[in-house]
Design a protein around this ligand. Structure first.
Ligand code: GTP
Ligand code: MG
Length: 195
C-alpha cells in the first residue's frame, strides 16, 4: 500500500470519543514496551507520529491514526507491566476491553509479541480472546533485529505453538530499528481489505 497521508485523528478514552465515520479500523495490541507505537511509525514511515518510549506504559489512550483518509490504525495501551499503578491498569483494561468488544468498525486486531520471548500467559489469554471475536489472523513478532535469522525461525515456531495459532494465521517478523519486514506486513494488511 502506498501511504500518501497519515495523521493522528482522535485520542479517545471512551466510546463517545471514537471516530464517528464508518471507516475500517485495524488495532495493535500487546504487552507494554513490545513496540506497538514504533510499529505504527515504521509502517507509516513517520518518525514521531505515535509516541514511543523506552519506559513501558507510554501509550495511555486509544489513538486513532487515519491513513489515506481510508482507514484507521489504532494504537492501544499495553498490558502486563507491573510497575504501572494498579488503578491505571484496571482503567486501561476496561478501556481496551470496551473498545475491542463493542467496536463494529474494527476489522482486525494484530497481536504483537517480542520475537525473543515465549508469549506470556497474558499474551495467550489475549490471543484466545481475539480468536473468539474472529480476530488474530496476523501476529507481529517485533524487534527481529535482536536475534539471528536462524533464531527468528525457531522463535516464530515457539510463538505459533504457544499461542495455538491456526495454520492459516500468519506471523510477520518486523524490526522498527532496521526497517525490516514492512512490505510483508503491508502485504498481510492489504489481504484483510481484499477479502
Ligand atoms: P506502550 O505504549 O508502553 O504499551 O509500549 P509500545 O508497545 O508502544 O512500545 P514502543 O513502541 O513505545 O517501544 C518500546 C521500546 O522498544 C522503545 O525503546 C523502542 O525504541 C523499542 N523498540 C521498538 N521496536 C523496536 C525494534 O524493532 N527493535 C529494537 N531494537 N527496539 C525496538
Ligand atoms: Mg505505545
Amino acid at each position: 500500500m502506498k501511504v500518501k497521508t497519515s495523521d493522528i485523528a482522535i485520542t479517545a478514552v471512551m466510546p463517545s470519543q471514537y471516530p464517528a465515520d464508518d471507516l475500517p479500523e485495524i488495532a495493535m495490541i500487546g504487552r507494554s514496551n513490545v513496540g506497538k507505537s514504533s510499529t505504527i511509525n515504521t509502517i507509516l514511515n513517520r518518525k514521531n507520529l505515535a509516541r514511543v518510549s523506552a519506559n513501558p506504559g507510554k501509550t495511555r489512550t486509544i489513538n486513532f491514526y487515519i491513513i489515506n483518509k481510508e482507514f484507521y490504525l489504532v494504537d492501544l495501551p499495553g498490558y502486563g507491566y507491573a510497575k504501572v499503578a494498579r488503578s491505571d491498569r484496571a482503567a486501561w483494561g476496561k478501556m481496551i476491553e470496551t473498545y475491542l468488544s463493542t467496536r463494529n468498525a474494527l476489522q482486525e486486531v494484530l497481536l504483537l509479541v517480542d520475537i525473543r520471548h515465549t508469549p506470556s500467559e497474558d499474551d495467550v489469554l489475549m490471543y484466545n480472546w481475539l480468536r473468539q471475536y474472529g480476530y488474530g489472523s496476523i501476529v507481529i513478532a517485533t524487534k527481529s533485529d535482536k536475534i539471528s535469522k536462524n533464531q527468528q525461525q525457531k522463535s516464530m515456531k515457539v510463538i505459533r505453538e504457544t499461542l495455538g495459532m491456526p495454520t492459516n494465521a500468519q506471523i510477520v517478523p518486523i524490526s522498527s530499528l532496521k526497517k525490516l519486514g514492512i512490505d510483508k506486513l503491508w502485504g498481510a494488511l492489504e489481504s484483510l481489505f481484499i477479502e
